[in-house]
Design a binder for this molecule. Structure first.
Ligand code: ARG
Length: 261
C-alpha cells in the first residue's frame, strides 16, 4: 500500500515536469513558461496584393498576412488565419468570433464607431476602372443611367456605387462577394465600370494586361488599419508596438518591397 502511494506521487511529479517541459518547448525567446496566445485574424482574400490565396500552398497570403505575421513574431503571439466575406468581418469582431481584421480595411469614421483601429499602414484611394478601349467613360462623371457599376459587398466602393444608383446616375449597382468575379464581369462586359481600391485594381490589371484600365482621378482618400474589438486596448497596443518595431528594424520595408515592387 505504501509502495503504491509512493509510485503514484512519483508519477505525478514526473508528469508535472513533463508538462512544464512542453510549455517551454512551445515558448519562443520570451522567457515565460506560458504557451503563446493565439489570436484569430480574418480577411477576405480577393484583394491582391493585400489579401489573396497562394496558388501553390492554397494558404492565405499577401501584404496584410506578412505584416500581421511579422507583428505577431515581434510581440510573441501566434495567429490563426480565417477566410471570411468582407461584409461579415466587423460583425464577427463585435461578436468575439475573431480578434483581428487584417483586410485592407479603410479606418473610416463610421467604422471607428464600431471597432478600434491600429495605426494605419497604407494610404489608398478608390478609382473607376473600365474595359480597356472603352472610349465612352473617361471618369466617374461619364457614367449614365443605362450603365452598371460593380463593387465588392461591404466596401467603400460599394457605398459609392450605391450612392450613384440612389442619385439616379447609374442604372444598377452590382454588388459582388468577391472582386475576382467583379473583375471578370468588367472584362467580359457584364458591367461597365468597377469601383475599387487603386492598388488592387492595378494588381488585377498586371495579372491580365490589356483587359481593363483605370480612368479619371482618385475618388477619395483612405487609410488601411488593422481592427480589433472596441475596447481591446491590450491587443491594440501589441499591434501598434509591433508595427512600430518592424518599421524601425526595416522589416516593414522588406515586406512592402516584396508585394509592391
Ligand atoms: N478599402 C476598402 C474598404 O475598406 C475595400 C477593402 C476590401 N478588402 C478585402 N480584403 N476584400 O472598404
Amino acid at each position: 500500500m505504501k509502495m503504491k502511494k509512493l509510485i503514484a506521487i512519483l508519477l505525478i511529479i514526473a508528469m508535472t515536469f513533463a508538462f512544464a517541459a512542453c510549455g517551454n518547448a512551445n515558448d519562443d525567446q520570451k522567457g515565460t513558461s506560458d504557451a503563446p496566445t493565439i489570436y484569430k485574424v480574418a480577411m477576405e482574400p480577393t484583394f491582391p496584393p493585400f489579401d489573396t490565396i497562394d496558388e501553390e500552398t492554397q494558404e492565405l497570403a499577401g501584404f496584410d498576412v506578412d505584416l500581421m505575421n511579422a507583428i505577431a513574431a515581434d510581440q510573441g503571439f501566434e495567429l490563426e488565419w480565417i477566410n471570411m466575406g468582407f461584409d461579415g468581418l466587423i460583425a464577427a469582431l463585435q461578436a468575439g468570433n475573431i480578434d483581428i481584421i487584417a483586410s485592407g480595411m479603410n479606418a473610416s469614421k463610421e467604422r471607428r464607431e464600431k471597432v478600434d483601429f491600429s495605426t494605419t499602414y497604407y494610404d489608398s484611394a478608390l478609382v473607376v476602372a473600365v474595359k480597356e478601349g472603352n472610349i465612352a467613360i473617361k471618369s466617374i462623371d461619364d457614367l449614365t443611367p443605362d450603365m452598371k457599376a460593380g463593387a465588392q459587398i461591404g466596401t467603400t466602393g460599394a457605398e459609392l456605387a450605391t450612392e450613384l444608383f440612389d442619385e439616379g446616375k447609374i442604372g444598377e449597382a452590382k454588388i459582388y462577394n468577391g472582386l475576382d468575379v467583379a473583375v471578370m464581369d468588367l472584362q467580359n462586359g457584364t458591367i461597365d465600370a468597377l469601383i475599387n481600391d487603386l492598388p488592387v485594381t492595378k494588381d488585377y490589371m498586371a495579372a491580365k494586361p490589356g483587359t481593363i484600365e483605370i480612368v479619371g482621378e482618385a475618388l477619395n482618400a483612405e487609410s488601411y488599419g488593422f481592427a480589433v474589438k472596441k475596447g481591446n486596448t491590450e491587443l491594440l497596443e501589441k499591434i501598434n508596438t509591433g508595427m512600430q518595431n518592424i518599421i524601425d528594424d526595416g522589416t516593414f520595408d522588406e515586406i512592402y518591397t516584396k508585394w509592391f515592387e
